[in-house]
Structure formats: C-alpha cells, structure tokens
Write a protein that binds this ligand. Structure first.
Ligand SMILES: Nc1ncnc2c1ncn2[C@@H]1O[C@H](COP(=O)(O)OP(=O)(O)OP(=O)(O)O)[C@@H](O)[C@H]1O
Ligand SMILES: [Mg+2]
Length: 253
C-alpha cells in the first residue's frame, strides 16, 4: 500500500522578489515498509522535497497524499497533529532543547501529543527505545554532555516516541564519523525491518546502499530511481555499494 503519493509537486521560493523554482513537477510514491534514500547534488532540492512532502513547509502547487490524505489541503492544526502523531523527524541541526535532559527531550513529542497516555506509559516506552538504541545510560545527562553519535541516536528515539508510520530524515548521519554513522544506520534499518517506513536524504553511498530504493534529484526533478531491494544480510553490503556507485556515476554523481 502507498503511504506517500506525490503528484506534480512544485515548490517556489521568492527571495528579494526573485522567484526560485526549486521543485518542478515532482512525481513519485513510497510504499509502506520501504526505506528510500534521496541523493543528488548540493542545492538540487533534496531537503526542500523532504520538508514539503512531510508538511513542514508549504506546497506551492500539486499534491502530496500521506495515507490517502492530501496534505496540500490541510490546515495548520490538522498538519501539526499529523506530524506529531504519524510522522517522525530526524534533522541534521537536531533541535534538541539545551536545558532538558536526553530523556526529557525524547518524551517531549509524546507529552505534546493528544493521545491519552500517562507519564508512566510514556517513560516506559522511552526507556525501551533508549535501551534499544544503546543510550539508556545517558538518559539523565544534559544534551551538551553527550557525544554526536549519542545525540543522533537520541534524535532517533525522539522521532520514534509516538510510534510514527513514517520517519523523515535529513542527512541523519551527516555529522557523524564512520563508526557512529554505521551504528545509526544499523538502528534505522532495524526500525525499518520492524515496519516503519523511512525516507532519508543522504550524501553517503554506504548509507544509501542499505536502503531499498534510491531517488536521484537534479535541479528540482527526479532524474532516476534505482531499486536495490531489501538488504537481507550484511554480506550483501559491498555488492550493493558497488552497484549503487556504478549507477550514481551514470547519473552524473
Ligand atoms: N527557506 C528557503 N528560502 C528560500 N530559498 C530556499 C529555502 N530553502 C532552500 N532554498 C533554496 O532552494 C534550493 C534547494 O535547497 P535545498 O536545501 O533543498 O537543497 P539540498 O539538495 O538539500 O542541498 P544540500 O545537499 O546542500 O543540503 C537552493 O537554491 C536554496 O537556496
Ligand atoms: Mg539539504
């Protein structure tokens, strides 16, 4: 089943009276359970695509249906509820609150959500997530007392706290070293295997090679798509990377 269906999506920014057509009639869809990477040159519109299809930023024209509902037609309140309850977000500039502990940052979206839940239930889920992502021991640390990799794993916990149908991630491993990046990808792949659909922007071939599909964006359009299929075991990774690299070269990467 399609979780996201985008039709003739256009996004135009106007800066100093100059019109910048960033996304130009983009069409694609994502099935439930997929893990899709978005790649392409800097400035091609990858982040803009992620923000518009997830309702973070307004759509200029066209449609984006999330679970069958056109988010281009939704009001601010309806969109905010949808984002809070059904979507998870992992950004590069992580938007964690500095005066809160790791745990309090993670539970924030659950506290804000309209779902009737006790603090105890929320904390239990939070601790289960932190255990799974290997950061339970830093639950009570301040945000500025943890490493980059730990912080990014905390972001993943936060994006998962309301059991979203889909996670949108903008370069989730961009600020990490190779080891932390591998760990974070491992966790995202696990969440995906358990059923969460993921759409992520990445510049990293190693990261994209773990996804089921790669979309290549050039100048506000999808220039090509590459179907990798599910990664069944780590032994396939090298071969997937090699195949993806070849395809990216054809795309002009
Ligand atoms: N809020 C904004 N207001 C005006 N213009 C914007 C805004 N956000 C992005 N742009 C413009 O849209 C274009 C695409 O930007 P976008 O951030 O989507 O690129 P990107 O593919 O994510 O690049 P990178 O790989 O460097 O992150 C750029 O020309 C950028 O200047
Ligand atoms: Mg970007």
């Amino acid at each position: 089943m399609k979780i996201l269906e985008v039709k003739d999506l256009c996004k135009t920014y106007i800066v100093n009276k100059r019109q910048n057509n960033v996304l130009k009639n983009v069409n694609f869809s994502i099935d439930e359970g997929e893990m899709v990477a978005v790649m392409g040159p800097s400035g091609s519109g990858k982040s803009t695509l992620l923000y518009t299809v997830s309702g973070m930023d307004a759509i200029t024209s066209g449609e984006a249906h999330f679970c069958g509902k056109n988010i281009a037609k939704m009001g601010q309140k309806e969109l905010a509820d949808l984002r809070l309850d059904d979507m998870g977000f992992i950004f590069q500039q992580m938007y964690m609150l500095k005066n809160l502990t790791v745990q309090d940052n993670i539970i924030l979206p659950a506290v804000q959500s309209g779902k009737q839940e006790s603090r105890k239930e929320i904390l239990e889920r939070c601790q289960e997530l932190m255990r799974k992502l290997g950061i339970i021991e830093i639950a009570d640390n301040d945000i500025n007392e943890v490493s980059g990799g730990q912080l990014q794993r905390a972001c993943i916990c936060r994006s998962m706290i309301n059991n979203p149908k889909m996670i949108f991630a903008d370069e989730p491993t961009g600020a990490l070293n190779r080891a932390s990046s591998g760990e974070v990808m491992e966790e995202l792949a696990k969440l995906n295997a358990e059923g969460t659909t993921i759409m992520m922007v990445t510049h990293d071939v190693k990261v994209a090679a773990r996804c089921t599909r790669v979309m290549y964006i050039v100048d506000g359009n999808i220039k090509g798509e590459y179907n990798l299929g599910r990664c069944e075991s780590n032994s396939q990774i090298r071969e997937r990377e090699r195949a993806l690299n070849n395809w990216l070269m054809e795309m002009g990467w």
